[in-house]
Design a protein around this ligand. Structure first.
Ligand code: ZN
Length: 283
């Protein structure tokens, strides 16, 4: 299943067509994307509807505005230095535990929305990332059971303002939480459609030039290990997001460094999950 937020309403994406979940279910499934994610009965009803096949009432995906499929997660976890080649380009050792930070949920934006470069900043950078959406789960979940508590995968951009990020030692959560710094989407893709999350190709282009191109098998801590570690501290709650870290090729590691400018277009593509396209604009 590919779950989308279309014009602010919950929907299914099937072969380029969007089906409104409330209408297609005769009112049984909420039109509010967050309600479908939070209420397991609504999510399961959407899965059942998808499995049964929806054929009537679709509109071309190009005719709707796709919003963030998880518009209001309660927590957004990020992972620093989680790709070997990115740790190398950053001159850092491989971390011995996942280096978790938070992006505040106010930074969430849609898959095709503009990224606003804050006034007074000059070190805005891209980070293409595989992300996953959690389901409710217990504390101290072992890695072997992690996939039972994931709703699906999606593409994310962990836009990062490096001056703020490295101010006062390290301010990852602030440098990565300006408004619009977390484009996600275009859909939540359920696990059955992603056979191997460890072999996904992730690319990022800036104005058409490839700046990141890797596969997720370069990850240091894989998806189950990340879920296990998060759950050792925090409860797993439906809708919470985890961005799993970025491959090599970020702007700050280049010689000389390259940063985002107004007018730049960043495209983030993950094999089988879709593409984010975000234009940078001045605040
Ligand atoms: Zn990141």
């Amino acid at each position: 299943m590919r779950f989308v937020n279309a014009d602010g309403r919950s929907g299914l994406l099937v072969d380029g067509q969007v089906f409104d979940l409330e209408r297609a279910s005769g009112g049984a499934i909420s039109s509010d994307p967050m309600a479908v994610i939070l209420e397991r009965a609504h999510w399961d009803a959407a899965l059942a509807l998808h499995a049964a096949g929806v054929a009537e009432g679709g509109v071309p995906v190009g005719d709707v505005r796709l919003g963030p499929p998880v518009p209001a997660p309660r927590a957004v976890y990020g992972v620093g230095l989680n790709y070997k080649a990115h740790a190398a380009e950053s001159g850092a050792e491989h971390p011995s535990l996942p280096a978790i930070f938070t992006k505040f949920p106010t930074s969430i934006t849609g898959p095709h929305d503009p990224v606003i470069l804050p006034t007074g900043t000059v070190m805005n950078d891209w980070e293409a990332e595989l992300a996953f959406v959690l389901a409710d789960g217990p504390r101290r979940l072992p890695a072997e059971r992690a996939f039972d508590h994931i709703l699906g995968y999606l593409c994310a951009q962990d836009i990062s303002e490096r001056m703020t990020q490295f101010a006062a030692g390290a301010q990852f959560s602030m440098g990565k939480s300006f408004d619009t710094f977390c484009p996600i989407g275009p859909a939540i893709v359920t696990l059955d459609e992603v056979p191997d999350p460890l072999r996904l190709r992730i690319t990022c282009t800036r104005n058409g030039e490839v700046v990141q191109d890797a596969t997720s098998d370069d990850m240091i801590f894989d998806v189950p290990r990340l879920v296990e570690f998060i759950s050792s501290v925090c409860p797993l709650r439906a809708g919470d997001l985890c961005l799993t870290g970025t491959p090599a090729g970020v702007g700050v590691a280049r010689k000389p460094p390259v940063f985002l400018q107004p007018g730049d277009v960043i495209e983030t593509e993950i094999e089988g999950l879709g593409t984010l396209r975000n234009e940078c604009v001045a605040e």
